[in-house]
Design a protein around this ligand. Structure first.
Ligand SMILES: Nc1ncnc2c1ncn2[C@@H]1O[C@H](COP(=O)(O)OP(=O)(O)OP(=O)(O)O)[C@@H](O)[C@H]1O
Length: 234
């Protein structure tokens, strides 16, 4: 479903990604961990077709990324650091706007349901400029999934969320997984990674230094692997 071969990305004479090889199967939920500046967001941006790779190959659903950007964009839901929402629009207006871009059917009904799912029905028609960071993040998550993407790319999705919103987000990810969605999630939150992901990738200095399965939501296992690769014997 997602296949990267010898992927590199250079910017300003700096090699940010230094030959990433990766295969992800349909329906996998994968956490991308790594220290600040390791190249995690850059990797997600390449997959989201926002920046072009310098060399190497990216295949998504059998399509070569460079040649099929429009087709691939339709398969993707991307949650970046910034919300991408329009400040002066309400949650309903934002979701209808983005849903229409993707040609979502019954878009208003769907938008209302998603606002309810993320617990903000009371604020359905309020402009998002008055919202807290966590409230904006909830709507941004709804925006990323309104077209029921086959692949979800989430960049630090839990940041700024309270416990209630964390459970909502985790339930959204897990229910999308049940429908066969593949999720890649950049995070510094090991607890959430262990909670919802079945695989962890550790990125350091632009390459993957570890790639392992998580069984039984084993937070300690994830933490020990990370400490070994990032803070330990290297
Ligand atoms: N457009 C760019 N031009 C030059 N350097 C860049 C560019 N984008 C990213 N970088 C650099 O590449 C490195 C990796 O950045 P990236 O945002 O991918 O890291 P990250 O692993 O997501 O870090 P963090 O955990 O801090 O979010 C950083 O040193 C960053 O300054």
């Amino acid at each position: 479903m997602i296949k990267l071969k010898k992927l590199t990305k250079q910017a300003d004479n700096k090699l940010i990604l230094r030959g990433v090889d990766l295969s992800i199967k349909k329906g996998e939920t994968v956490a991308i961990l790594g220290p600040n500046g390791a190249g995690k967001s850059t990797l997600l941006k390449v997959l989201a077709t926002l920046i072009k790779p310098t060399s190497g190959q990216v295949m998504i659903n059998g399509l070569e990324l460079r040649k099929n950007q429009i087709m691939i964009k339709k398969l993707l839901g991307y949650l970046p650091h910034s919300s991408l929402l329009y400040d002066h629009y309400s949650p309903l207006e934002n979701l209808v706007f983005f849903g229409n871009i993707y040609g979502v059917k019954d878009v208003e009904k769907k938008a209302r349901k998603l606002v309810k799912d993320v617990g903000l029905s009371f604020f359905l028609n309020e402009p998002v400029k008055n919202f807290s960071r966590g409230m904006i993040q909830r709507i941004a998550i709804a925006r990323a999934i309104i077209h029921e993407p086959e692949i979800l790319l989430l960049d630090e999705p839990h940041t700024g969320l309270d416990q209630g919103a964390i459970s909502i987000l985790n339930n959204v990810i897990l229910s999308m997984k049940e429908k066969g969605t593949t999720t890649l999630m950049v995070t510094h939150d090991f607890k959430q990674a262990a909670e919802i992901c079945d695989r962890v990738i550790i990125v350091k200095n632009g390459i993957i230094v570890d790639d392992f399965k998580v069984e039984d939501r084993n937070l300690r296992f994830v933490t020990e692997k990370y400490e070994f690769q990032v803070e330990g014997a290297s």
